[in-house]
Design a protein around this ligand. Sequence first.
Ligand SMILES: Nc1ncnc2c1ncn2[C@@H]1O[C@H](COP(=O)(O)OP(=O)(O)OP(=O)(O)O)[C@@H](O)[C@H]1O
Length: 231
Amino acid sequence: MSDDPAVDVRGLNHWFGTGDARKQAMFDIDLRLPRGSFTVLMGPSGSGKTTLLTLIGCLRSVQEGSARLLNQELHGAGAEELSHLRQRLGFIFQAHNLHESLTAQQNVVMGVQVSGGIPDDVAQQAAAHALGLVGLSDRINYLPANLSGGQKQRVAVARALVGNPALVLADEPTAALDKDSAADVVDLLKRMGAARGTTTLLVTHDNRILDRADRILTLEDGRIVSVSGQC
Ligand SMILES: Nc1ncnc2c1ncn2[C@@H]1O[C@H](COP(=O)(O)OP(=O)(O)OP(=O)(O)O)[C@@H](O)[C@H]1O
């Protein structure tokens, strides 16, 4: 495995709006995420956590500065390169975003098929395996409506990890969960990340997660104001 960090951001600035409404949201961000690390990104509402996550996740264009993701520069990258890079990422959001009309298994299969060209039987096997890893082997044919909040979020974790992503970006994945389910989801992400060498960046307001992070970054008003933990 390469020693290069999974994410290497330098001098990143970002603005929203145009003309008089133009407002700077990110200021001179420097950030490195070593491969296999588990980093928590904290900060008050409006501090820029989601903006930073979506820039790193190729969901927004980098306007100024450098952001290298898996050894590829995002600033100036074309749509096709960004789309290929996105296929190497796993996303988990606060709202699990499961398709309500699809079973747990079918939802996870969609996570395999983002990269395209995967035979259906292989996708089905991979999805069943991922659901087993998150402890839901006995729920694969359940619709989301018949799963608890914690179980739905575990399906979302399985869907994010089934394609073996190099980097997992999670935005408030435990916000809607009770204490035990939140701990389960984070432990699961950490355990699976460690087993596969996946790098994880997790945005949260949830103090319960902090003791599980290798590193904690704090954003305030679009600036990183503290970094704690190992580098
Ligand atoms: N699409 C947008 N257009 C204009 N301004 C935006 C847009 N998205 C975010 N912003 C502004 O950028 C700043 C950072 O927002 P962001 O959503 O990244 O913060 P956050 O830390 O994720 O907040 P929260 O914890 O509430 O989700 C805020 O001032 C926000 O109003």
